[in-house]
Design a protein around this ligand. Structure first.
Ligand code: 4NP
Length: 177
């Protein structure tokens, strides 16, 4: 992990130890497949493990094609099989998100580039991290691949990557598995 990324994680650990909310925003292109799934998985994870209401989790898209929509039906079905109900309503990333969140996690390189362009200040830009930094499973991917034009395996792969990454993020911040 790069030095700025380690500093960012350390700042989240400080917040958590101080009893302050840890505010996480997951970002993809459409906000109907990858990021609402990450959002739903992380919500379920902190609800199960934490219960102190210290986490604020949301997701957004860099694009504006699906604003107000529920997650893609295929993603909802695959997620439900793993016990996750995805109820997020699609929204677009906005500049205020850089104030409202402590870490902004992009799913792929295009998301990261778009986020860097949106960041209002260099300090705000330092809140951006790739989801792949948290992958804990062996994979040939160094990003979360867009499943939109893929079949069932694409959605399953995304869920595998997201379950691993959210669990690792939680562990890095709390020291608890
Ligand atoms: P997501 O997938 O970025 O994981 O939500 C996509 C969903 C929709 C589109 C692209 C990607 N689209 O072009 O409509």
């Amino acid at each position: 992990m790069a030095a700025t990324q380690s500093r960012l994680i350390e700042s989240l650990r400080d917040r958590y130890r101080a009893g302050m909310p840890v505010r996480v925003l997951f970002v993809c292109l459409g906000n109907i497949c990858r990021s609402p799934a990450a959002d739903g998985i992380m919500h379920a994870l902190v609800e199960e493990k934490d219960g102190r209401g210290l986490w604020q989790i949301d997701s957004a898209g860099t694009g504006n094609y699906h604003i107000g929509d529920l997650p893609d039906k295929r993603m909802r079905i695959h997620a439900r099989r793993r016990g996750y109900e995805l109820t997020h309503r699609c929204r677009q990333v906005r500049e205020a998100d850089f104030d409202d969140f402590d870490i902004i996690i992009g799913m792929d390189d295009m998301n990261l580039r778009d986020l860097r362009r949106l960041a209002p200040t260099p300090e705000a830009g330092e809140k951006i991290m790739p989801m792949s930094a948290f992958f804990g499973i062996a994979t040939r991917y160094d990003y979360v691949p867009d499943p939109y034009y893929e079949g069932a395996e694409g959605f399953e792969l995304v869920l595998d990557l997201l379950q691993s990454a959210t669990a690792n993020l939680y562990y890095l911040v709390t020291d608890r598995r």
